[in-house]
Design a protein around this ligand. Structure first.
Ligand code: ADE
Length: 257
């Protein structure tokens, strides 16, 4: 997949593409990120890309010509074109999955209240990353590129993708590392049991409980299996079910205190 980013600030993407998982994924050819400087397309003899708004008002507004020419020069008929804007539909994991199936995604980084309205007609959709206003579309573009690329084959392990938050609208279960006791907070004993089935059940239960507590809006949307309903009932009864008791006892023996 190729993600093309049109921006007036290409340097902002240097750190993003040269570190951590993005660096590895791009190095392995999982995806390609092409950062294009909109300024390279201006026909203004002074190299300007923005001018004062028609009708007066503060600040400078990005002109149509450089952006539209940059879009045209960097898109194919199958390119899905989006403009980052707080006015757009809110980006979520569902949209990330949709974009991860594309061959070509083009992201235009605009500046809020700073872009000629007519540019909208040259993209397929406006996308926002949340109800707050950033100074430009570069950080939203990175958020989108990151969340899409990590879904592609080879970016991260299939196992990490499977367990994570938002896969079925449930938040991810809590994770722990050694030592067992960190300033009085301990790792749940069941995680030492070696009983993979019990651990998986416990993690699912925690994931459901966390979602209910922190994101009731997501919890509402969950399609709970019979097993999920049973796990929740057990948790709400306040009594530890037998499968958990057994695993807890086993785990208890292996704890490295
Ligand atoms: N540009 C400025 N703020 C934005 C936001 N919240 N989402 C997308 N693009 C933006």
């Amino acid at each position: 997949m190729r993600i093309t980013i049109l921006t007036l600030f290409p340097e902002m993407f240097e750190g993003f593409t040269t570190n951590s998982i993005m660096k590895r994924a791009l190095g392995k050819g999982v995806a390609e990120i092409k950062v294009v400087n909109i300024r390279d397309y201006t026909k203004d003899k002074y190299g300007r890309t923005d001018t004062p708004p028609v009708g007066g008002g503060a600040g400078l507004i990005e002109k149509c010509q450089p952006i539209v020419d940059a879009i045209r020069a960097n898109s194919a008929p199958n390119t899905h074109k989006i403009l980052m804007s707080p006015r757009g539909a809110t980006y979520d994991e569902k949209l990330a999955k949709k974009y991860a199936n594309l061959e070509e995604l083009l992201i235009v980084c605009g500046h809020y209240e700073g872009i000629d309205e007519r540019v909208n007609a040259y993209v397929d959709e406006l996308v926002s990353i949340g109800d707050y206003v950033l100074t430009g579309g570069e950080i939203p573009a990175m958020a989108i590129a990151d969340s899409v690329i990590r879904l592609l084959d080879g970016a991260i392990t299939a196992e990490s993708l499977q367990d994570e938050s938002f896969n079925d609208n449930a938040l991810e279960y809590p994770q722990y590392t050694e030592p067992y006791d960190f300033e009085g907070q301990t790792v749940p004993d069941i995680l030492y049991s070696g009983n993979h089935e019990a651990i998986a059940k416990w993690r699912r239960k925690e994931s459901l409980l966390l979602t209910k507590k922190y994101r009731p809006d997501l919890f509402e949307k969950l399609s709970l299996s019979k097993r999920d309903i049973k796990l929740l009932k057990e948790a709400e009864s306040g009594e530890t079910p037998n499968w958990e008791k057994e695993a807890l006892e086993k785990g208890h023996k292996f704890i490295k205190k």
